[in-house]
Design a binder for this molecule. Structure first.
Ligand code: ZN
Length: 1001
């Protein structure tokens, strides 16, 4: 019902119908009392006649009568909303509201900057006092959500950015419901100045006497002298101004260059999690949903985009243009979006009729083609998967040149970092293309899961992110079966989650958060990767058909509403008749995961008794403090049929016995086939020895070979096994052909590499690495074979890059030659090999090579290539050059969104580790100012410190962050310090044995 209404343009017709009724019955005496009224009435009447005469109106009017009692623009009407139709006076206000929102005088050039406007503002008339609340008290106030006595129903929002003075002004007119009598309205506002706030209700007009801001609570309180009675439907008018900031949050500016090389700025919004309040005063919580009519006033030659399609455009004086967009469905504030700038686009249509456009930098239209192809296919895929159509009439994807995250799922207008959406066929690596497909799949999944149904509060963020991170793989598997993407899920998502989650300083998936700085910090591997991993486990447990059925129940039942984790369990439980809530609650509520120890005993010729026990896995091998018991769905395979599941059961007590039939004494048994269960497995020695031949001859499927080695390395780090034993085991993988298995090995060896960098065993370790990777490199060679499969191309890049790190002279020599012909233009490198060759050239390269790389950086305008080059710079072994890399990272040549990654490249290089840390210590204020907290800074801090391996460093880091408060990074610092201590213990434990082993191979 709702979808048709929205697509049919009911919005305008509905309004017209209302106006027609209301104007007819309007009390003219009241009207005359307002001198402005006649003018507005006149304007609206003209607008109205135009609407009423439209064909659409007649058609839609009937629909409107039918729907209005139960549904309004997709928002289920409550009883208290119904009188709206009869409340003439209030409707009259709404008409005024609508009209006046459009009246915006042309913006003057050279508008003062934000600080200045703050001053100007405070000099304003005294009737409306504006005060910054003095939170003089030393202690932090306890975080409180917004009061619920006043709620918004609908926003008219007008924004007018000044792309030269970097300011914006805006107006919002909010239809509100006052539920309890009050003299104040509390809403969110941060770094904006509300110039005026006027509330109109029941023919009363009240101006806020004071507007009190709290920076700490990020709120503005509008205080009125007269009380507002309960059950009032009113209209709140606010005008405000703000700075178009450079912090990549709220309404911000993003730099780009015109075709002629002129520096220009776009205005872009990024509101998740809590930054809509930096753009307009609003009730900025995910559960306070409303509809939005957005209007942008922009220079006439700029593209203006928002969530919905353009409804009407008008030319204004002063070279401006007013763009009004259709009304949105009811939605959360964090999903509202606007972009104003210069872009080209490619356009397509999905088979179910949704218009899809991909906006690119000017002149790079063709780079949007790949994402367009993916998006047009993904929309019908999800429609079919969820059995619910995409709720909006259009889907725009846009590449933003300054963007802190990877992408943002704003409803109908998804914003992306350029490298997460643009594909240049000549210069984009296969790996990047794959991530782009995944990212597009992820963001479009959110259009249902997140946008249509939204978490009630940020505590349930994992629902959004874990789910989308799971579904992106479902959809890429569907579109690109050749990517073998589910195998990659295990190395990309699952093992990374386990690694972080084994720390004492991990957190449960569902974590209670309040203040925005806490919310930022949970956009981490636990919410995304662990969330996706436990959903994958659940999907496996209840099966594809019931999972799908449950998703449809969940999305249908809660559409346009908000949910908690339990709502998802209820739906999946209904669909599957399995006790989902009971199985899942331990995975959501506890931090960490279990290690399942298993031993077996043969009984007669064909029975095997399995003895399993579970306990919490800890990264340092210690006994866990908490007494956790998980409900673990266990499956088992055997050598009788390595790809089939022989038995499944739930391990819901500390230990149990299970009997496997049809298994002989010589058969191997594998726990957790497919590496689907979110736990580690620890086999008895006998069981492990039986499995090893199946690894060597690759009888065991890839995901099982991978899971096995990854579990082994985890046991080593926890001190349950010796590094040397596992390295001997790794040699069994020498003939391995699968890319993902190699990725798992490489990840584990990289951790070991960090340890070794604190010893004098580097050369021996390099020799070990060369021996391991050379056979596969020889098999693959440098040139792709005709019709080569996708994973072999990825494997070639991986293996050659490793051999460069392991100082293989043969590989380095070829790589340098290829680099030379790339630089002099005789034979450009294929994108998949550039990383390897750049690193080979830079690793032992001199200043000349360094300069050549910088020159290359300066000539490319493809963000992906700039990333590749700037991150490769960090692998130089010349300390002087590394210093220059850091300076370069902080220079105007590298965008703030990228600097962090360039510094990280220096930090993870053992030669640059100390320098990067010192740099951070002396420049943390500048960095904090640059990023205003946020996850880029958090990520930088993680990589700067976690690769140390001594108690002294652990203490130093702790000390530093005790003195230097960086809000929002507390958990990251604790995790990294814990990792330093783990490294130290590991090194201490295995150093001597490692030395003997590495020198002997
Ligand atoms: Zn997401």
């Amino acid at each position: 019902m709702y979808k048709n209404a929205l697509r049919g343009g009911v919005r305008t017709a509905k309004q017209a119908w209302k106006l027609k009724n209301e104007i007819g019955k309007l009390n003219l005496e009241v009207a005359k009392a307002n001198t402005e009224f006649e003018q507005h009435l006149c304007e609206e009447s003209a607008h109205l006649n135009e609407l009423i005469s439209s064909k659409q109106f007649v058609k839609v009017q009937k629909q409107f009568y039918r729907d209005y009692s139960s549904v309004s623009l997709g928002a289920p009407l409550k009883n208290s909303d119904a009188p709206l139709l009869g409340d003439l006076c209030n409707q009259y206000r709404a008409i005024l509201a609508y009209t006046s929102a459009d009246v915006v005088p042309g913006q003057k050039k050279g508008q003062p900057q934000h600080q200045q406007s703050r001053r100007t503002h405070t000099q304003q008339e005294t009737r409306v006092q504006q005060q910054e609340e003095v939170d003089g008290m030393a202690q932090k106030q306890e975080f409180k959500r917004l009061p619920t006595n006043v709620v918004p129903k609908h926003y008219e929002l007008l924004l007018q950015p000044d792309l030269e003075a970097f300011t914006f002004k805006g107006k919002t007119i909010v239809q509100i419901q006052v539920k309890e009598p009050t003299t104040q309205i509390v809403l969110n506002a941060l770094d904006i100045i509300i110039d005026e706030a006027v509330l109109e209700f029941e023919c009363t007009k009240l101006k806020a006497d004071r507007i009190v801001y709290s920076t700490e609570a990020e709120t503005a309180t509008l205080e009125f002298e007269q009380g507002i009675p309960a059950e009032t439907a009113g209209v709140l008018h606010m005008s405000f101004t703000g700075e178009l900031n450079d912090k990549m949050k709220g309404f911000y500016r993003s730099k780009y260059f015109s075709a002629s090389g002129e520096e220009r700025y776009a205005g872009v919004t990024q509101f998740e999690a809590t930054d809509a309040r930096r753009c307009f005063p609003c009730w900025d919580e995910p559960a306070i949903k409303a509809t939005f009519d957005i209007t942008l006033v922009v220079p006439k030659n700029r593209v203006a985009l928002s969530n919905m399609p353009v409804k009407k455009e008008d030319a204004l004086d002063g070279g401006l243009r007013r763009v009004r967009f259709d009304r949105t469905p009811i939605m959360s504030t964090y999903l509202v979006a606007c972009v104003v700038g210069e872009y080209d686009f490619v356009e397509g249509k999905s088979e179910d009729g949704i218009i899809v456009r991909v906006f690119t930098p000017v002149g790079k239209r063709e780079q949007g083609q790949f994402a367009l192809d993916v998006a047009t296919k993904v929309l019908p895929y999800y429609k079919d998967y969820f059995n619910i159509a995409y709720p909006l009439p259009k889907m725009d994807l846009i590449a933003i040149s300054d963007f802190s995250a990877g992408a943002m799922e704003n409803w109908g207008l998804v914003t992306y970092r350029e490298t997460f959406v643009l594909v240049d066929p000549k210069n984009t690596s296969l790996m990047r293309k794959q991530s782009i497909a995944l990212t597009v799949g992820h963001e479009i999944a959110h259009q249902w899961f997140g946008n249509l149904v939204t978490m009630e509060w940020w505590t349930h963020l994992w629902l959004n992110e874990g789910y989308a991170s799971f579904v992106e793989f479902l959809c890429v598997h569907h579109l690109f079966p050749e990517y073998d993407i589910w195998t990659q899920f295990v190395t990309d998502m699952y093992t990374r989650a386990l690694e972080l989650d084994s720390l004492k300083n991990s957190h449960p998936i569902e974590v209670s958060v309040g203040h925005p700085s806490e919310i930022d910090e949970i956009f981490d591997e636990i919410s995304y990767n662990k969330g996706a991993s436990v959903i994958r486990m659940l999907h496996d447990y209840i099966g594809e058909d019931d999972f799908r059925k449950g998703m449809n129940i969940y999305l249908t039942r809660h559409q346009y509403g908000n949910t908690c984790t339990e709502d998802l369990w209820t739906a999946l439980q209904e669909a599957s008749s399995k006790n989902v809530a009971e199985v899942m609650s331990s995975w959501i509520k506890y931090k960490g995961f279990p290690v399942v120890s298993v031993e077996s005993e043969q009984q007669g010729k064909s029975q095997r008794i399995l003895r399993l026990s579970q306990r919490k896995f800890t990264a340092d091998g210690s006994q866990a403090d908490e007494d956790c018991l998980w409900v673990v769905p266990i499956s088992v395979s055997t050598s009788r049929n390595p790809t089939a599941i022989a038995k499944t059961f739930l391990l819901d007590k500390p230990s149990m016995e299970v009997v496997l039939d049809g298994v002989s004494a010589s058969d191997w048994i594998k726990i957790n086939p497919g590496t689907v269960g979110y736990y580690r497995t620890r086999y008895s020695k006998e069981m492990l020895e039986q499995l090893m031949p199946a690894v060597k001859n690759m009888e065991l499927p890839p995901l099982d070979r991978l899971g096995l080695i990854d579990d082994m390395f985890a046991m080593v780090q926890a001190g349950h096994a010796s590094t040397v034993d596992v390295l001997a085991l790794v040699e069994g993988y020498r003939n391995e052909t699968n890319y993902t298995v190699w990725t798992a090995i490489t990840n584990s060896l990289t951790n070991l590499h960090i340890l070794i960098s604190h010893t004098d065993l580097m050369e021996d370790f390099h020799r070990f690495g060369r021996n391991l990777y050379e056979p596969v490199a020889q098999r693959l060679g440098w040139e792709p074979r005709e019709g080569e499969n996708h994973l072999d191309t990825l494997l070639r890049s991986l293996v050659l890059a490793r051999l460069v790190s392991f100082r293989s002279s043969e590989v380095i020599e070829v790589a340098r030659k290829r680099f030379r012909s790339h630089i002099n233009g005789t034979n450009p490198l294929p994108a998949d090999l550039r990383n390897t060759c750049y690193k080979a050239a830079l690793q032992d390269g001199d200043e000349q090579v360094f300069e050549e790389m910088l020159a290359l950086y300066r000539t490319t305008d493809l963000h992906e290539e700039q990333d590749r080059i700037s991150r490769a710079l960090g692998c130089s072994t010349d300390v002087k050059l590394l210093r220059r890399v850091i300076d370069f990272a902080m220079s105007g040549e590298v965008r703030a969104q990228d600097s962090v990654f360039v510094i990280v490249a220096v930090a993870i290089n053992p030669k640059g580790r100390d320098m990067a840390w010192e740099f951070f210590k002396s420049n943390n204020k500048q960095l904090l100012e640059r990023y205003q907290g946020g996850f880029l800074l958090t990520r930088l801090i993680k990589y700067l410190i976690e690769n140390y391996a001594s108690e002294e460093r652990a203490k130093e880091v702790e000390e530093f962050f005790k003195v230097t408060q960086i809000p929002g990074c507390e958990r990251t610092v604790s995790q990294a310090v814990e990792t330093i201590r783990l490294n130290a213990a590991w090194l201490e434990r295995d150093r001597a044995k490692l030395s003997t082993y590495l020198k002997s191979v």
